[in-house]
Design a protein around this ligand. Sequence first.
Ligand SMILES: Nc1ncnc2c1ncn2[C@@H]1O[C@H](COP(=O)(O)OP(=O)(O)OP(=O)(O)O)[C@@H](O)[C@H]1O
Length: 804
Amino acid sequence: MTFDPQTVKPNSRLDEAKRAEITAEQAYVSTLYERLDAERELADRRLTEALRSSGGPPQAAAEREAATATYSDRLAQLKSVEQGLCFGRLDFADGDGPDDESTMYIGRVGLFDESDDYRPLLIDWRAPAARPFYLATAASPEGIRRRRHIRSLSRRVVGIDDEVLDLGADEHTDHLGLAGEAALLSALERRRTGEMSDIVSTIQAEQDRIIRADMNGVLVVQGGPGTGKTAVALHRAAYLLYTYRRQLTTRGVLVVGPNSTFLRYIGQVLPSLGETGVLLSTIGELFPGLAAAGLDTPEVAEIKGRIGMADVLAQAVRDRQIVPETVLEVPVEGGEVLTLDRRTCERARAKARETLRPHNVARRVFVDRLLDALADQSVRRLESSVLDDLPEVPLADDEVDSGPMLDARDFATIRQELAEDAAVQAALQSLWPKLTPQELLSDLLTDAERLASAARGVLTEEEWRSLLRRPGALWTPADVPLLDELAELLGEDDTEARARRERQRREERAYAEGVLHVLEQDDEIIDEEIVRVRDVLDAELLAERQEARSDLTAAQRAALDRSWTFGHVIVDEAQELSEMDWRLLMRRCPSRSMTLVGDVSQTGSAAGTSSWDRVLRPYVGDRWRLRELTVNYRTPAEIMDLASAVLAELDAGLSAPKSVRESGVRPWRRSSSPEALAADVRRWVDEELEALTAERGGGTLAVLCPESLEGGLAAELAKTQATAGVDDTGDNPRVSVLTVSRSKGLEFDAVIVVDPEGIASGSQRGLNDVYVALTRATQRLGIVHTGTPMPALSGEQSASSAAG
Ligand SMILES: Nc1ncnc2c1ncn2[C@@H]1O[C@H](COP(=O)(O)OP(=O)(O)OP(=O)(O)O)[C@@H](O)[C@H]1O
């Protein structure tokens, strides 16, 4: 039963009864907001107090810091739940409710009545007690008599939707097993804004089971377009942070999305759920300090994504550990020429490789050996030149040979001098260079000889040649897992840096303690100054404590640290990841606590996958769980009919998810010629926008097309749509022109797919792209052919609506 004061005719008896219900709910909701305001005020006051207090012993300073973090987090959370604070109510059959309550309210945060023994006023949607709100059905009511959805605008209750869950009642809830159907449908009918919203008030049972699934192990969520995979993934992040907060606070949660447009699209969902401690990132952003702004062709990206690249890179590293053909001459300072022969270098290299340490770390062993050899040589030469200059004096009978003339200290001095000699350093660098991942990869991809050697037996000549690039070319997202792999292979010899940092820390602390001691002895110094110096010491201790604190800081620190490992990793559009991408991600999550959501029917990237098993087997064998989502919440049935035909052409064994609703608007198909295309599309875009305005007061529209048409169509649309914000970035404009790969995961009220045949033939997985393009619309779909329609789209049913 639905009630909305704007749609119900005045004076009906039903109207009056419902008005009374709304008034009653308004009274309760108002008390919740009062409680919320009081909580905010309290957190604000405590925060101000924590910020104001200063000085005191280190312990107090650390506590102050912790309090500041706690109250700022709490305040941010309380501010984020302003809209839709309370969205549900459960009425239990007598005595069935928790703590004998017969009514329970569900909302975005938990609120309690302190004056009444902390009686729950509002239950956080993530708490176990709230589960029946999402799971109860008429067939299995879980002790619930009625479920009510409460809709509000700002702090005003504007509507309620009731479901009676007595056994046998309300047959209509059986439709696709939906809970709160009226509230759900009204949420789905909403105009899209270009930013995803949370679904916390209408989560469906199959989604809830995934959101609350155990955190351990790898959970794969497979579901067709529009089944809520992204929504579920984000709500799962919020749920896990709530339920396993202590575990996840220090390590953080990583959410990986396909591109930055998509990350902007989903960026507000977690903050609206009160969670800010999550790092949202693309794979291309996971190498700190590097902007992967370049773009590979799909063919090159596919090659770079192959697992075989790990072998190519390992070989490329070995190729940088060289020995001279015969002898390397080293003209050291002072005019002497020392030599490094092949055998000595080979032995040093073998010893260094035996350590199985990364290249830059093992380099120490190589360098040590060669410095020993050079110092030995130098000492021997020195001794023999001294001896040569001395007259030969035979030993007396009671004399013994005292051995070498130079002792260990002399040897060490000479060795040190050699270590600092520019020619020696150059020789060592030429044999076993210290390398960064960027240097090595750049050298490799710009040098045919190096690449040919590293790729031998792994890539064909045509393949490795396609990887060659200009020096200084931009890094691409497909380079990032290669750089990450190299960072592992090369390692970092940070012994010196660590020792330096430690020395510095000790010196600073000793200095501060010294100053404090002097000040305390001096009667003339006032206490205030002592307190200030104490703060220096406190600050240092604080910095140490800080390391282990705060989930927000964990996300920020994780973004700066390549070797960070996360408490949980969530991957959206996981089907697009290449084998090398997976290697990188698995390194970031050694606990293998992961949620992967995707749809193997929507794989567009040639490097992506069509099998979860193939992707996961190398890392977890068969120890991963699969859950499926089967209901399409986005795309109306009329559009899904068309998309299903394309899916069947892709693979007759696959079935599309069932649409939850019909829009009453049939998709249209029209034809155009290459010459007239831009102007025709512009006209049809205008017509669609008019229809959206007439039907829904406005909305978003996307033109999805092959890459070759993108620039021309965007330019043409910009002529008339400038005020409507034509923008090809997909960045919240009313009209967007996008390729299919950039529209992954997004949705629009209306979509016009231009030249689906061009999209289909444009890449190895082109038909998948057509399927993705057709399923981006929430209301209206148009298709524009520029030649003969592909078989799946030439059916009479859809052609009949073509106006032309
Ligand atoms: N339970 C729900 N209540 C309200 N809206 C929902 C629900 N589930 C999904 N939706 C809406 O359906 C739309 C599609 O969801 P989402 O983008 O998460 O699907 P998806 O499976 O990731 O799609 P795709 O694979 O095509 O990217 C979104 O607008 C989302 O808000």
